[in-house]
Every structure is written in C-alpha cells, then in structure tokens.
Design a protein around this ligand. Structure first.
Ligand code: NAD
Ligand code: DAO
Ligand code: ZN
Length: 368
C-alpha cells in the first residue's frame, strides 16, 4: 500500500513529505494507522546528525497513537480497530531482560531496531524500490506503519489520539522516572533540571505522589509560569544564581531527596548529583547527552551515599504500564492538554521543529 510520510533524507536537512510504499504486516506484525504524533527533542537530536545511531534516509517519529488496520499471522493480543500506542521500548515478556523484572529494556528486537529494520532484518518502507529505514521501531511521522505486536500498547477507545500520543514518550518518560525509577515518596524534596516536555511531566508526577518542595531549574524564565501550574514550588534561574548546587542545598536543609536531569547536559548532570542530600539523595539522569560526552564527579559524592541512576522511557514496561497512564490522564490525574501548545498538519512538521528549537513550544502534535 501507499502511505504519506515525512522523510529525513539527510542529517540537518528539513523533512520532505512524500508518498512511500509500505509492505504489509508479516508474522507477528501489525499495520497501524497513526492518527497523531508528537515531535520530541530526540527526533531533533537524530535529525541534527548528533545521534550516533541515526540512519538516513529514514522516517522519524516515536510518539504516536492510532488504530490497528490489519494483523499478520500469529498475532494474538491485537485485532483490527484496536486503539494503540507504538512503543520504542517493546515488552516481549519472554527475553532475559523482561523476565528479570529488574528493567524495562526488552532486548528481543533491539539489534534490528537499532539498524532501522524490522525483526526479519528488512524494511517495510521504500520509494522506487529503494529502502527507507524505520526509526526507533516506530516511525510515527508516517500515516501508516508496520510494527511488531510486542511494540504496541493496547489502550482504551475513548482516549483522544491527539493527546495520548504524548504518552508514547514524553509523559511516560517524566512520570515513569518519578514513579517507577526513583519511586519518590510523599514528603520528599525533588529538584528538576530542565522544564521542557520531559521535566514538566516529572513535576506533575512529583506533585501527584505528594512531594514537599518541588524545585525547578531552567535558564528560560518563560518556563516558570507553566512549571508552577504543574506543581513547582520554587524556581531557580540558573543564570541568576552564583552556584546552583548551593542554592538548592540552602532551600532543602542539606540537599534534595531526588533530582532529575531533563536536559542532556553533562554539567547539569553533575549539579543534579551534587545537590542531592548526603547519605541518601538519588539523582536520575533522563536527558540524552551528545555522543561521546562523559559525566564526572568526585567519587566521594558516591562514597557518602548519593546515588546516580538513569531512566529510559521512565522505566515503564510499555504494554503493561502505558494503558494505566492513559487511564490516569482520562481520570484527570495527569494534565496533558496544557502541555500540547501547538497542533500542525504533517505538511507543517518542519515548523514544529522550529518551534521546539526556539523554546516556543512545549509539545507540537501533528494531526493526520
Ligand atoms: P526540551 O528542549 O523541551 O527541554 C529542555 C529544557 O532545558 C528547556 O526548558 C531549556 O530551557 C532547559 N535548559 C537548557 N539548558 C539548560 C541549562 N544549562 N540549565 C538549565 N536548564 C537548561 O527537551 P525535552 O523534550 O524535555 O527533553 C529533555 C531531554 O530528555 C533531552 O535530552 C531528550 O533527548 C531526553 N529524553 C530522554 C528520554 C529517556 O527515555 N531517557 C526520553 C525522551 C527524551
Ligand atoms: O535497550 O539498549 C537499549 C536501548 C534502549 C533505548 C532507550 C532509549 C531511551 C533514550 C532515548 C530517548 C527516547 C526518546
Ligand atoms: Zn523482552
């Protein structure tokens, strides 16, 4: 069949809208009509050329929601017309990683996904017979996609696609980091570095679990009002204080119980660790730093009880946890609507990237 998609031909070039040939679902695969997709910082990271795993030409996008159109042989858990969110972190429930119950990093299709291919090592997308590569196993900048069954979360049918698509990455990454990775408890002091599409979701989850102080750090003062609306109690403009770590220690009687780095900057990663309370403070790295960068701190920071952790997709097991997060949104426990600042047709997807780069948008959503 044919599908309309935004193609990334080369790093650093705008996407172009094209008609693409899409092969049908094979064994264990599902054809999905994408109804809406968010544009995330990570799509920009790959498009910019900074991502060592970036492959071109490809169809980017990993934050979508849509409807099952067809299923291939052996698909058991999904049927035509089911509503789904594609998962860049699948959940096979059979691999060593899934069975460990210690991680959400299912590895069953990791090697082919990282090469822009389906599990049988071929691409379903082509133009004039030449392959166009998949991205993060999702490629939601295409109106129709083929995805392995294990990379789809089935969600309730009354959830609006143009809102819950954001659960495909940003919401789950921020909320999950608080609930599943850090397991923040009521009364804790929390610090969030970076008040963008991820950091604001960390803030709303910290409020949801009953955190005491929720301190936001950013260099963009325009982010303060939105962050306060989501639960931030104190704001630090990193450009206006002499020492961010000292400012946080002063506000928290010795340091944060939990900090979250939601920028992707190795300097703020160090600050996020060192602002944690001696003896127990935990710092969670969410931001993705540019290829080749390294983090550092004095080892005594760890000897004296601070803990450095990372979180991918919020530690969420996609098929199990994403439907629950959709329920929390539908029950009014999470605010997604106010974070979606712009809505665009696919033809204007490059404007969405510009809005992100200028800091004007929190989330732009493409509606098919
Ligand atoms: P964003 O651009 O929306 O937000 C980043 C925020 O950081 C902005 O408000 C910006 O003003 C602020 N900022 C930039 N430099 C700063 C500095 N030096 N000090 C303080 N604030 C600063 O980005 P986002 O969509 O929220 O993504 C944040 C990071 O999370 C990115 O690196 C992204 O790739 C990563 N990410 C990780 C995962 C994961 O699973 N770990 C998932 C999605 C995104
Ligand atoms: O299992 O080795 C692996 C890779 C897991 C990918 C997790 C990606 C999380 C960070 C990238 C940001 C996604 C938008
Ligand atoms: Zn697995």
């Amino acid at each position: 069949m044919k599908t309309k998609a935004a193609i990334a031909w080369k790093a650093g070039q705008p996407l172009t809208i094209e008609e693409v040939e899409l092969g049908g679902p094979r064994a264990g695969e599902v054809l999905v009509e994408i109804k809406a997709t968010g544009i995330c910082h990570t799509d920009y990271y790959t498009l910019s050329g900074a991502d060592p795993e970036g492959i071109f030409p490809s169809i980017l996008g990993h934050e979508g929601a849509g409807v099952v159109v067809d299923v291939g042989p052996d698909v058991k858990s999904l049927k035509k017309n089911d509503h789904v969110i594609p998962l860049y972190t699948p959940e096979c429930r059979q691999c060593k990683f899934c069975l460990s119950q210690k991680t959400n990093l299912c590895q069953s299709i990791r090697s082919t996904q990282g090469r822009g291919l389906m599990p049988d090592a071929t691409s379903r997308f082509s133009i004039d017979g030449k392959p166009i590569y998949h991205y993060m196993g999702t490629s939601t900048f295409s109106n129709y996609i083929v995805v392995p069954e294990i990379a789809l979360a089935k969600i309730r049918e009354d959830a609006p696609f143009d809102k819950v698509c954001y659960i495909g990455c940003g919401v789950t990454t921020g909320v999950g980091a608080v609930l599943f990775t850090a397991k923040v408890e009521a009364g804790a002091n929390v610090v969030v570095f970076g008040l963008g599409g991820i950091g604001l979701n960390v803030i709303q989850a910290a409020r949801m679990v009953g955190a005491d102080k929720i301190i936001g750090v950013d260099i963009n003062p325009a982010r303060e009002a939105m962050a306060r609306k989501f639960g931030m109690t104190h704001f630090i403009n990193a450009k206006e204080v002499e020492n961010v770590v000292d400012a946080i220690i002063g506000l928290t009687d010795g340091g944060a119980d939990y900090s979250f780095e939601c920028i992707g900057n190795t300097t703020t990663m160090r600050q996020a660790l060192e602002c944690c309370h001696k003896g127990w403070g935990q710092s969670i790295v969410i931001g993705v730093a540019a290829a080749g960068q390294e983090i550092s701190t004095r080892p005594f920071q760890l000897v004296t009880g601070r803990v450095w952790k990372g979180s991918a997709f919020g530690g969420a097991r996609g098929r199990t946890d994403v439907p629950k997060i959709v329920d929390w949104y539908m029950d009014g426990k999470l605010n997604i609507d106010d974070l979606i600042t712009h809505r665009l047709p696919l033809e204007r997807i490059n404007d969405g990237f510009d809005l992100m780069k200028s800091g004007e948008s929190i989330r732009s959503v493409v509606i098919y």
